[in-house]
Structures are given as C-alpha cells and as structure tokens.
Write a protein that binds this ligand. Structure first.
Ligand code: HEM
Ligand code: CU
Length: 527
C-alpha cells in the first residue's frame, strides 16, 4: 500500500490513473443508465424530480470527460508507455508526476461528493451561466473539480514535454518516435495553452455566484456569452486532447496487428497531428452558432471548422493506409482498433452538417449533436482506451487475457452503442431537444427512446464482461510469452513483462535505421 501511495515510478502512477479513471467511468456509466431508464417512457419514470436528472447529466458528462477520457489517455496510457517507448528510465520529474496523480484522485473524490452533499451540482459539464450562478446546486464543487483536474493535467503536460525533449534514448531521433508519443505531445501542448482559460472562466462563475461579482450578468453590465466563448476556447481544443492520443493508440495497434509501418508517417505527424493542434485552436465559435454571433465570426469559424477536416482526414488516411495489404491478426485489441474506422466516420461525417451555419440552425441543441459527439468522443475514445488496455495487457501484467471473453465484450459493446445512438441520432434530426427531463410534447419519440434504453443495457453487460476479463486475466491469466504481438517497439522488445524499476535491464541505444515499425524490412533494431 505504502509502495503505491509514495511511488514515483511512472508505471505505477499510470496504473493509479487507470484505476481512478475506470472507477469514474463506472460511476458515470451508471449515471448514463439512469438517464436512459428515465427516458425509457413518457413522463417521470424512475424519478419525478428533474433536478435528479440534471445531477445525473452533470456527473455523467463532467466525469466522462474530465475524470475518464482525459486521464485515461493522457494519464494512464501516456504515463505507462511514453518513458518506455522513448527508452527512458522514468519521466523528467517523478515526484511532480506522483503529485499530479494524487491531485487527480482528490478531484475524483470531490466529484463523488456529488452523491452525498445535500445540494449537488446540476450544471451539466459546461457550467453555463446564468444557470450555474442562479441554481440552488453547489456549483463550487464543479469549479474545484475542474481546478484540480486542470492543475494535475498542466503538471503532466510540463512533465511529459520535458521527458520527450530531454530523455530520449541515445540516437532516438524525432522521426523515429512512436506515433502515440507524437499524439500525446500534441494533446499536452493544447492542455498547457488552453486549460488556464477554462480555469479562469469557471473561477469567474465562482465569483459571480458566491462573491456577488457580475462578470456574466448582463443586467449589471456583464456578458453572459463571454463565458461560452471562454469555455469553448478550451473545450473545443479539449476534444483534440482526447482525439489525438486515441488515434495514436489505435495507430500503434493497427500497425502491429497488420505488420505494416505507419503509412505516411511524416504527413501524419506534421500535417495530421500538428495541423489539428494549430487549426483546432481556431474553431471554438462553432459551439456558439445559434447565440446571435456576428456574421463575420460565424462564417469564419464555419470555414476553419470545415478546413480542420483536412488534418483529421490525414489521420484517418494513415489509419486506412496502415491497414492496406497488411497481414492482419483479428484479436480483441484489433477488433476495437478496426471498429474505430466506422466510429470515426460516423462521428466525423455528422460533424460536417453541424459545421454548416445554415444546417445547424435545425440541428443545434438536439439529440443529433449528442449522438455526433458520442460517436466521435464518447465511443471512439472509450474504445481506444479499451483497445490500449487489451493491447498492452501482457506488458502491464505479464499475463494474457481471455480472448473469447474479450471478443464477447467487444461484440456486446459494439452492438450496444449502435443500438443506443443510431435511434437517438435519428430523433435528433426529427427535432428531439437534448437535456430535456421529459418529452411529453414529443410522444412520437417514445419507441426510439425505448430501443436506446435496451442498447444501454447491452452496453452495461458488455462493459461488465470487459472489466471481468481484465480482472480475471490479471489474476489468473496464462503467463504472457515474450512479445506476443511481434511488435518492434521498445516497450515490447527491450523489457521484461511487467517492466521492473528503471524499465530496461540494459538501457537501450538506438541506431539511425531503427524504427518502432520496421516490419518486413530486415534492418536490425539493434541496441
Ligand atoms: C472533423 C470533424 C468534426 C466537426 C466538423 C465537428 C463539428 C461540430 C460542431 C459544429 C458542433 C456544434 C454543434 C452544435 O452545438 O450545434 C460539434 C459539437 C461537438 N463535437 Fe464535434 N466536430 C468534429 C469532430 C469532433 C471530435 C473529433 C470530437 C471529440 C473527440 C467532437 C466533439 C464534440 C462535442 C463534445 C460536441 C458538443 C459539446 C456540447 O455541446 O456539449 N467533435 N461538433
Ligand atoms: Cu467543437
């Protein structure tokens, strides 16, 4: 126990992030089930108090994004893998790393207090004023959770940028880095620049609610839209904080399982990853299309939003190219990774009508938006975390998971998410507004809501099987053979499983022709 609490080993810290984020995922998932059960019929079903419903929505959204996806990708996967992938013995600042993970755990505890305090926050994940200022709910819990998570992530960003810049193995050049490392660098640059803006915005809400200031109160000279601008100035880039490492994870798997190098590596890195980082900073107002925004800004942001499909398209092209003519192994991590092509298309293509200022007049604030971001962010990124856990499972535990159980969980999850979100997307186009507690004025949508609820139950079963598969594998799985997937990357070729203190029995040195994707070529990846 003490070994874990005071550990500065990046692998243990990574596992602590994993446990915390999966716990948050489980509770936020239960909230999702409650939301779907509430909507399974017209009128109140499992609660008659709309505030309960708002609290579930708040916890579900805020926890999924702040406590599961961002820490799952940039906390767990980045921590566990990046030092090993670059041939380092640990991160640049191990104690700060330990401090970050405990900040994250404090934030989780703070978020969970939602369920015990008498006036829980009910402000969605967005915390928009004037509601967040006027509500009887305790908005300060939302604000402090954002502060803690944000601070933890900023420390992580500084740590990992320094680690990759200064601690690469001798000989390891920038263009030999794993693609996952690049995507995490992109994500951390975004976090470093934009988190302070979100932190400032929520702090001003705190002042307005508890100290009587009027930053967002128009009657006293404030500006309510200022908050929305500040919030999305961070939170649009935040979707790339999630998208980039998710795609990085998937690319590692696609490459290894199809025995192909990353297709178009340099275009993917400099065009795809960094193009997304640069353009992603300049599209936030597409979340404010229906707020009465001035025309020049609305049209401008429509252009940038459409243009960002180019770098995102490059990333998807790399995924397809990496599979092309591969000799593919269809195991559980690969099933998750391959399904991402469909999920990214479903989520990305639905973004295009939303980016058109004309079409969004109809679609904004409907279930269509909700289905869009669940396909691209909810499901795609969640599947990436799952794919990552399965792929690196032998490395992390020294054991194999059960392939049949893993595949069964995948199948249920994949069927479940589509049974849930396809009907919701459809009723969104038909005009079903998001965030309504009851939909008495739209009785025609009850059938679709019921189907979606069945979908959510299928997902719950799939998730339960997935978590059982992991626990079973970690405790009773067969011993993992050396390099079970035949990868060329340092974390597999130069370590024992699980890697011990300092990661490598002998610290690796890399030659100029080494690549983590040297499949098919006979160049030795010598040390
Ligand atoms: C290139 C493709 C994409 C385009 C063109 C696009 C476009 C849009 C637009 C215009 C909206 C605002 C809709 C409205 O509120 O009326 C939106 C909402 C959203 N998108 Fe995307 N998007 C894309 C990709 C992504 C990605 C990759 C993610 C996350 C990984 C994402 C996550 C979200 C979220 C979370 C929201 C709604 C947030 C909320 O209101 O609560 N989108 N998207
Ligand atoms: Cu956006």
């Amino acid at each position: 126990m003490k070994d874990w609490i005071f550990s500065t080993d990046h692998k243990r810290i990574g596992i602590l992030y994993l446990v915390g984020s999966i716990a948050a995922f489980a509770v936020a998932g239960i909230m999702a089930l409650l939301i779907r059960l509430e909507q399974s019929g017209l009128g109140p079903t499992i609660t008659s108090d709309a505030t309960n419903y708002n609290v579930w929505l708040y916890f579900h959204g805020a926890a999924m994004i702040l406590a599961f996806l961002i820490p799952g990708l940039t906390g767990f996967l980045a921590n566990y893998l990046i030092p090993i992938m670059i041939g380092a013995h640990d991160v640049a600042f191990p104690r700060i790393n330990s401090f970050s993970v405990w900040l994250f755990w404090f934030a989780i505890v703070l978020a969970l207090l939602t369920f015990v305090i008498p006036d829980p926050p009910d402000v969605m994940w967005t915390g928009y004023p004037p509601y967040s200022v006027q509500t009887a709910g305790n908005t300060s819990f939302y604000v402090f959770t954002v502060h803690l998570m944000g601070f933890s992530s900023i420390l992580g960003a500084v740590n990992f940028l320094c680690t990759v810049i200064y601690m690469r193995a001798p000989g390891l050049g920038w263009n030999q880095l794993n693609i996952f490392v690049w995507t995490v660098l992109g994500a951390f640059v975004l976090q470093l620049i934009f988190i302070p803006v979100l932190a400032a915005a929520v702090t001003l809400v705190l002042f307005d609610k508890y100290f009587g200031t009027a930053f967002f109160a128009p009657a006293q000279g404030g500006d309510v839209l200022l908050y929305q601008n500040l919030f999305w100035f961070y939170s649009h880039p935040a979707v790339y904080v999630i998208l980039l490492p998710a795609i990085g994870t998937i690319l590692e798997i696609l490459s290894t399982m199809s025995r192909n190098p990353i297709f178009n590596y340099k275009t993917c890195v400099y065009g795809g990853v960094w193009g997304t980082v640069v353009l992603g900073s300049d599209v936030w107002a597409h979340h404010l299309y229906v707020s009465g925004l001035v025309d020049w800004l609305r049209i401008g942001m429509m252009m940038t939003t459409i243009i960002i499909s180019i770098p995102v398209g490059l990333l998807v092209l790399t995924m397809v190219g990496t599979l092309y003519k591969g000799s593919i192994q269809y195991n559980t991590p690969m099933l998750y990774a391959a399904s991402e092509l469909f999920l990214i298309l479903a989520g990305g293509l639905t973004g295009i009508p939303l980016s058109m200022t004309s079409m969004t007049l109809h679609l904004s604030e409907t279930y269509f938006v909700m289905a869009h971001f669940h396909y691209i962010m909810g499901i795609m990124a969640t599947f990436a975390v799952f794919a990552g856990v399965y792929f690196w499972f032998p490395l992390m535990t020294g054991r194999m998971y059960n392939e049949t159980l893993g595949k069964l969980g995948f199948l249920l999850n994949f069927i479940g998410v589509n049974v849930t979100f396809a009907p919701l997307m459809w009723i969104g186009v038909e005009g079903m507004p998001r965030r309504y507690f009851d939909y008495a004025m739209f009785p025609q949508f009850e059938g679709a809501m019921k189907i979606a609820t069945v979908g959510a139950l299928i997902i719950a079963l799939g998730m339960a099987i997935t978590i059982i598969t992991w626990i079973h594998g970690a405790i009773a799985g067969e011993k993992a053979p050396h390099n079970p997937w035949g990868s060329k990357s340092l974390e597999w070729t130069h370590t024992v499983y699980p890697p011990g203190a300092g990661n490598f029995p002998t610290p690796p040195t890399v030659s100029a022709d080494w690549s983590p994707y040297n499949y098919g070529k006979h160049t030795a990846h010598t040390i």
